[in-house]
Structures are given as structure tokens and as C-alpha cells.
Write a protein that binds this ligand. Structure first.
Ligand code: SAH
Ligand code: SF4
Length: 394
């Protein structure tokens, strides 16, 4: 993609108009934006200030039209418009659940589609964003896992999902009317829990989250961003160092034998390796605790013994255990655990001293709940055989 094409020294000698057509400024890091501005002839000495100005227009005020960037000279605005765009994914459909949850299907370059979910709660509004179209992994309880990986999203497409939601929530401040910092935010939290494995698209996820955290723009605290991973162990330390956001881990089982079938990546990085990486995470990222996600599957991982084993495994790790009642999807090979079972499981964990909230399924009427996301228009499917083989079920 042009947006991520490195700007080389050669380009610096070509004044004003970039050869490969307009570059999208959304998703560029500050350093990349600076290089891009210099490449169209912005004097090096001014480039940093121009980045600051344009950055604020795009990420603080939500402006997409260079003509509206009124603190820049008119002819400079025209040059920007000739060379750049400020583009975000296009909303294809928007559904609103009876509980207020909003689900957007957005289209990205190449005609691919991903889902984005906004979940309003009394004290916060959480946006669940996607990092890939489909997923290379094949967790046997996950709808996204039945869809082949089509491609990684670019940084612009990842932060662009946040911008799409802010547009829909009408949450950009009005230029000239205050700073837009007053009052509680409708979109106050981000979770990377949509489609895809964020740690298999590390750089783009990192750059996008850095943009979302930048104090001159969307300005969300790193404590309000949670990245969920199935357990890509080598990238966990990097997440702490280079992003520093909160971490959630799709744990889901208390023995390697069961986790191998649910989260096949466990065969590559088993529980012992995963737990070792998790023990280091809070220290390095300076975040208080890790969220352990645990999907409740009837007669698979929901016994009292599992709960006790879970508590033992995570001993010493500052943790919260988020119990997720399984969200069913057409053809899913599992059932949701009974309510009384989930409650008993939660009690054991709670009595061992850990918070053990049971996640309330949201937006079920619009198939917006965790693990149900899969773009209906993507036809590329993994075969049942492929999934079974990966999960060791075949
Ligand atoms: N790939 C990342 C993030 C996306 S999945 C990961 O696996 O962590 C977000 C969360 O939803 C994960 O904890 C995942 O295991 C869970 N999930 C997937 N399918 C689900 C389903 N059908 N019901 C409940 N939770 C599900
Ligand atoms: Fe991919 Fe996460 Fe679904 Fe597993 S649970 S298939 S890693 S999206």
C-alpha cells in the first residue's frame, strides 16, 4: 500500500508531486508523516511544525478536507490536497442492537470487509476493533477462525476504525467551539478483540495504537486500550515494551491437552511458555494486571477441577479472570455452559482472591458478540477438515 511505502532519499529529490499517487496520511507515524511532507517540498525546518498542525486537524478535530486546515497557507493546502488523502474505511452497513450495541461492517482497500463493534456501558464506551481480515489461527470455538486469513490491516485501517466510530457517535469537537475535552467520552476504551490475531500484525497494530494514544489527537490512555492475544509468546514482551497497553490473553483451558484442541497455537507455545511470558508482562509494561479470558464451554473446560487448576496456574500473576459464556454461531461444535456451572466456576476463582466477572453477551440480536464476527461477504472458508486437523479433533 502506498500509505506504508517507505519514503526514501530518492523521493526527496522529486519535488512536490509523489510519483505513486496520493498517499493516505491516516496511519502514518509522526516520523513517516514528516518524511512524506518533506518529500513534497516542505522545508525540513518547518516539517515538524506542519506535522503537529496536520496531526491535530486529523486526529483531534476529525477534519478530512485539507481546505479546512485554516492555519496552513492556502497554496500549501492545495499542495497537500494534490499529494495526499485523509481516508478511513467506508461504512457498508451499520446495525444497532436493542441494547445499544452498534456493529459496523466496513470496507477497506481491495473490497475486503471487517467488523467493528461499539459497546456502550454506564461508565464507558468500548470499541472492539479488528486487526486482520480473517485469521490464520483456527481456534475451534471461534467463528473468525473458520475464515481464512485474507490480509493484515494497515495501521491506517486499524486507527481508521476508531475514526469511523467517532464519526458515527458524532464525537469530534467542533472547530472553534472549545477544545472538545469536556465531559465523559462516548468512545473511551479500545479492545483489540475483533477479527484477527493482533500479534501477527504487530507493527501495524503498534503504530495504530500509538496514534490513538497520542495526546495531540484521539488521546486515549494506554490503560484504556486492551490487546487480546491467543498467545503469540515471542511478541508478548514486545507488546509490553513497544505498546505498553493492557493485555488480555485467550486462556480458555487449564491443561495442554484441552488447550491444544481449543487454541491450536498452544501446540507451538504451550501453557508453561505462555505463563512465563505473562509473569513478565506487568513489570515491563507497568500495567496493573492481565485479563485472562476464559470461554465457558459445556463439559469441555468448565469443571470445578478446571477452576481450581486455573487458580493454581496463574498464582503470582496480578490477574482478572473474564468468564465469557460461549456465543454460539451456526455450525459451532460447542454449547454454552449452564448458568449454574458458570456461577460455580466463578465462585471458586473469586474465593481464591481474583475478580471473576462473567461477561454479559452484548448485541446478540445483531451477531455482534465476541467470537461471532465474520464478514458475511468473505467466501474463502477453511474446510471443516482443515479446522479439525489444526485443532487435533480430526
Ligand atoms: N485473536 C485474538 C483476539 C480476537 S478474539 C484472541 O484470540 O485473543 C476475542 C476474544 O473472543 C478471545 O478471547 C476469543 O477467544 C473469544 N472468542 C472467540 N470466539 C468466541 C465465542 N464463540 N464465544 C465467546 N468468546 C469467543
Ligand atoms: Fe483467531 Fe482469536 Fe478467533 Fe483464535 S480466537 S481464531 S486467534 S480471532
Amino acid at each position: 500500500m502506498a500509505a506504508n511505502a517507505p519514503i526514501t532519499q530518492d523521493v526527496l529529490t522529486i519535488p512536490r508531486k509523489l510519483p505513486e499517487g496520493p498517499t493516505n496520511l491516516v496511519g502514518l507515524t509522526r516520523a513517516q508523516m514528516k518524511d512524506a511532507l518533506i518529500a513534497i517540498g516542505t522545508p525540513e525546518k518547518q516539517a515538524k511544525m506542519r506535522v503537529n498542525q496536520i496531526w491535530q486537524w486529523i486526529y483531534h478535530w476529525g477534519v478530512r478536507d485539507f481546505a479546512e486546515m485554516t492555519n496552513l497557507a492556502k497554496d500549501y493546502r492545495a499542495t497537500l490536497a494534490e499529494n495526499f488523502t485523509v481516508a478511513i474505511p467506508e461504512v457498508v452497513t451499520r446495525e444497532v442492537s436493542t441494547d445499544g450495541t452498534r456493529k459496523y461492517l466496513v470496507r477497506i482497500a481491495g473490497g475486503h470487509e471487517v467488523e467493528v463493534v461499539y459497546i456502550p456501558e454506564t461508565d464507558r464506551g468500548t470499541l472492539c476493533i479488528s486487526s486482520q481480515v480473517g485469521c490464520t489461527l483456527t481456534c475451534s470455538f471461534c467463528h473468525t477462525g473458520t475464515q481464512k486469513l485474507v490480509r493484515n490491516l494497515t495501521a491506517g485501517e486499524i486507527v481508521g476504525q476508531v475514526m469511523v466510530a467517532r464519526d458515527d457517535l458524532d464525537e469530534w469537537p467542533e472547530p472553534g467551539q472549545g477544545t472538545g475535552d469536556a465531559g465523559p467520552r462516548l468512545l473511551s476504551n479500545i479492545v483489540l478483540m475483533g477479527m484477527g490475531e493482533p500479534l501477527y500484525n504487530f507493527e501495524n497494530v503498534r503504530d495504530a495504537m500509538k496514534i490513538a494514544m497520542d495526546p495531540e489527537g484521539i488521546s486515549l490512555s494506554r490503560r484504556r486500550i486492551t490487546l487480546s492475544t491467543s498467545g503469540v509468546v515471542p511478541e508478548i514482551a514486545r507488546t509490553a515494551e513497544e505498546i505498553g497497553c493492557m493485555l488480555a490473553i485467550s486462556f480458555h483451558a487449564t491443561t495442554d491437552a484441552v488447550r491444544d484442541t481449543l487454541v491450536p497455537i498452544n501446540k507451538r507455545w504451550p501453557l508453561a511458555d505462555l505463563l512465563e511470558a505473562l509473569r513478565e508482562y506487568p513489570k515491563v509494561s507497568n500495567s496493573e494486571r492481565i485479563t485472562f479470558e476464559y470461554v465457558m464451554l459445556k463439559d469441555v473446560n468448565d469443571s470445578d477441577e478446571d477452576a481450581r487448576r486455573l487458580v493454581k496456574l496463574i498464582e503470582g500473576i496480578p490477574a482478572k479472570i473474564n468468564l465469557i459464556p460461549f456465543n454460539e454461531w451456526p455450525g459451532a461444535p460447542y454449547e454454552r455452559s449452564d448458568w449454574s456451572r458458570i456461577k460455580a466456576f466463578a465462585d471458586i476463582i473469586y474465593n481464591a482472591g481474583y475478580a471473576s466477572p462473567i461477561r454479559k453477551p452484548r448485541g446478540e440480536d445483531i451477531m455482534a458478540a465476541c467470537g461471532q464476527l465474520k464478514s458475511a461477504t468473505e467466501r474463502a472458508r477453511k474446510s471443516r477438515k482443515e479446522i479439525a486437523a489444526e485443532a487435533g479433533l480430526g
